[in-house]
Design a protein around this ligand. Structure first.
Ligand SMILES: C[S@@+](CC[C@H](N)C(=O)[O-])C[C@H]1O[C@@H](n2cnc3c(N)ncnc32)[C@H](O)[C@@H]1O
Length: 242
């Protein structure tokens, strides 16, 4: 029996699992930095402070809170690949994901993004304007829970990106699903929530919220879907009925 006969399906999900990096020869500590550098080089990514004129928050570093350059490019590809014209986001932070998606929109497209906290909303709005994207992004300030109710029911979205407070993920998905057109794409960030969703009982309220969403997703049997093990887990779900 060759070594590969013993490979299990879960052995080859991530690029840092032994079977997927067993030709890598340098130090283990350097691996993720080199992996990132190679993705940046081959994909032409830039760090956000070079890619955008960026006002930053003095409260939360963007490296911790915003999608990484890899996640931002992934979102852009999703917008392009689906041809999405109207995109809804929950959780703007300083606007990086909204601006990245807006750059991928076709002419006349729009990103609507919801942000609860004034501090982030103000910075996001400045960033949209300073990067010439203010006309393609509508920022709605307030708790997404309340703002969702105010969204017009007759203007469906082609793509929704859920990246707000994790405790409410299941609620957001259920409330937004009617606003997603048939064939539209739902993208749910942080769907593994640092591994907490794999605990029999999640250890945090956020993890429990994400797990509750995953349980809903598991029952969406007529949606084409995949929990992609990129970053902190990104659930992709295509709404049936197109
Ligand atoms: C992970 S950050 C979003 C990052 C951003 N989407 C990106 O990729 O650059 C989550 C954001 O959701 C916002 N948020 C948290 N609770 C919210 C709520 N109830 N309604 C709207 N926004 C909320 C937070 O203030 C924060 O800015």
């Amino acid at each position: 029996m060759s070594g590969h006969d013993r490979v299990q399906l879960w052995d080859k999900i991530l690029p840092d699992q032994p079977i997927n990096n067993d030709h890598y020869a340098a130090s283990a500590e350097a691996y993720h930095r080199l992996l990132f550098q190679e993705i940046v080089r081959t994909s032409g990514l830039k760090v956000p402070t070079e890619d955008f004129k960026l006002e930053l928050s003095d409260k939360v570093p963007y490296e911790a809170m915003a999608s990484s350059p890899v996640g931002l490019r992934f979102l852009q590809l999703l917008v392009k690949m689906t041809g999405a014209k109207r995109v809804l986001e929950i959780g703007a932070f300083i606007g990086l994901s909204a601006m990245s998606m807006a750059r991928a929109l076709p002419k006349g497209g729009e990103v609507v993004t919801i942000e609860k906290f004034d501090h982030f909303a103000r910075i996001a709005r400045n960033n949209f304007n300073h990067n010439g994207l203010g006309d393609r992004i509508t920022l709605m300030e307030g708790d997404a829970f309340a703002v969702i109710d105010k969204l017009p029911k007759d203007k469906p979205f082609d793509m929704i990106f859920i990246d707000g407070n994790k405790e409410r993920y299941a609620h957001y998905f259920q409330a937004l699903e009617p606003l997603l057109r048939p064939g539209g794409l739902a993208v749910i960030d942080d769907s593994l929530f640092h591994g907490d969703v794999l605990n029999p009982l999640p250890q945090s309220e956020k993890g429990a919220g994400v797990k509750a969403f995953l349980d809903v997703a598991a029952e969406c049997k007529d949606w084409l879907r995949l929990l992609v093990p990129i970053s902190n887990g990104t659930m992709l779900m295509i709404k049936p009925g197109a």
